[in-house]
Ligand binder design. Structure first.
Ligand code: DHB
Ligand code: FE
Length: 283
C-alpha cells in the first residue's frame, strides 16, 4: 500500500530560486539561508520518496484573474516551470504520477471534497523553489529525484480557504493515499510564508514570535493551529502570511503525533522570514 512518511513545510520565496539559479548562494546574505537547508538535503537523500504531493499556491501564473479555483489537483503527466517574466527557471520539468493523482481525485471528490482537475498546467516559483531548496542544484536536462503531484490552493484572491478546511483536505488526501494499492512512499509538502508583507506601509513586517508559535503549534497541537483565523495571519504575519494556511494541508495528512526532525528560521530572505520544518510520521 502507499503510505505517507513525512511532511515538509517550507517557504517558496522566488529570490531563493534566483540565488540558486545565478550561483550566489555562498554570498553572505544567502549563506545562512542555505546553511539551514543542508540537513534537509541530506535527509531528502536518505529518505527519498517515490512521490511528493506538493501543496503550493499559483501566483496568477497558471490561473489568471479570470478563473481562481480554491483547490486544484495536478493530474497531468508533466508540469513545466512557467515563465514568470524572466524566462522559465532552469530546472527540470516536474513529472506527475497520473495513476495516483487520478486515485486522489476519485477518493477526495467522492469524499465530498471538490477539487478542480488540472490536466495541463505550468507551475511557478511556488512549486519549483521548494523542490530546489530540498533537492539542491539541478540542471534543466536532469530529472527531479521523484514524481510530483502539485496541489494548488487559492491564497491570492479573497476569500482563501480556512486553515480548518485545509487541514481537513489533508485528512482526505491521507485517506486517498492510504487506500492506494501500490507500494509507494509519499511525502507531503506545505509551502509559503512565513512573515510576509510584500506591499504598502507594513512591507517587510516580520513577527518572529508569532512565526515560532505557529511552528510550535503546528508540531504539538495541529488542531489548534488549524483554527487560527484569517485575520490573525494578516495582522500578525502580514497580508501574504495567509500563505501559511497551505501548511495545514500537509499537517492534516500526517499522524496526529509526529517527530519534528528539523527546523530552520531565518530573516531576511527578500522581504520575508524563511521558515522550514520537517515532520516524520511515527507509524
Ligand atoms: C516574495 C515571496 C513570495 O512568497 C512570493 O510569492 C513572491 C515574492 C518575496 O518575498 O519577494
Ligand atoms: Fe508566494
Amino acid at each position: 500500500m502507499a503510505k505517507i512518511t513525512a511532511g515538509v513545510g517550507v517557504s517558496h520565496v522566488p529570490a531563493i530560486g534566483v540565488a540558486m539559479d545565478t550561483g550566489i548562494t555562498g554570498q553572505p546574505y544567502w549563506q545562512p539561508v542555505f546553511e539551514g537547508f543542508k540537513f534537509s538535503r541530506a535527509w531528502m537523500k536518505a529518505n527519498k520518496p517515490d512521490v511528493i504531493v506538493l501543496v503550493y499556491n499559483d501566483h496568477c501564473t497558471a490561473f489568471s484573474a479570470e478563473c481562481i479555483p480554491t483547490f486544484a489537483l495536478g493530474c497531468a503527466a508533466e508540469f513545466a516551470p512557467a515563465d514568470e517574466g524572466w524566462g522559465p527557471r532552469p530546472v527540470p520539468v516536474l513529472k506527475g504520477h497520473q495513476k495516483l493523482a487520478s486515485h486522489i481525485a476519485q477518493s477526495v471528490i467522492l469524499d465530498e471534497f471538490d477539487l478542480t482537475i488540472m490536466n495541463a498546467m505550468e507551475v511557478d516559483h511556488g512549486a519549483t523553489v521548494p523542490l530546489s531548496v530540498m533537492f539542491g542544484d539541478m540542471e534543466a536536462g536532469d530529472e527531479w529525484p521523484c514524481m510530483v503531484i502539485p496541489v494548488c490552493v487559492n491564497v491570492v484572491q479573497y476569500p482563501p480557504p480556512t486553515g480548518n478546511r485545509c487541514y481537513n483536505l489533508g485528512k482526505a488526501i491521507r485517506r486517498a493515499i492510504d487506500s492506494y494499492p501500490e507500494d509507494l512512499e509519499v511525502m507531503v509538502f506545505g509551502t509559503g510564508g512565513m512573515s510576509h508583507q510584500l506591499q504598502a506601509e507594513r512591507a517587510g513586517l516580520i513577527n518572529e514570535a508569532w512565526d515560532t508559535r505557529f511552528l510550535d503549534l503546528f508540531t504539538q497541537d495541529p488542531v489548534a493551529g488549524s483554527q487560527i483565523p484569517h485575520v490573525e495571519y494578516m495582522r500578525e504575519a502580514g497580508s501574504e502570511g495567509i500563505e501559511m494556511v497551505m501548511w495545514h494541508v500537509m499537517r492534516g495528512a500526517l499522524d496526529d503525533d509526529v517527530t519534528e526532525v528539523h527546523r530552520h528560521y531565518h530573516v531576511p530572505a527578500s522581504n520575508t522570514a524563511v521558515g522550514h520544518i520537517i515532520l516524520e510520521n511515527k507509524t
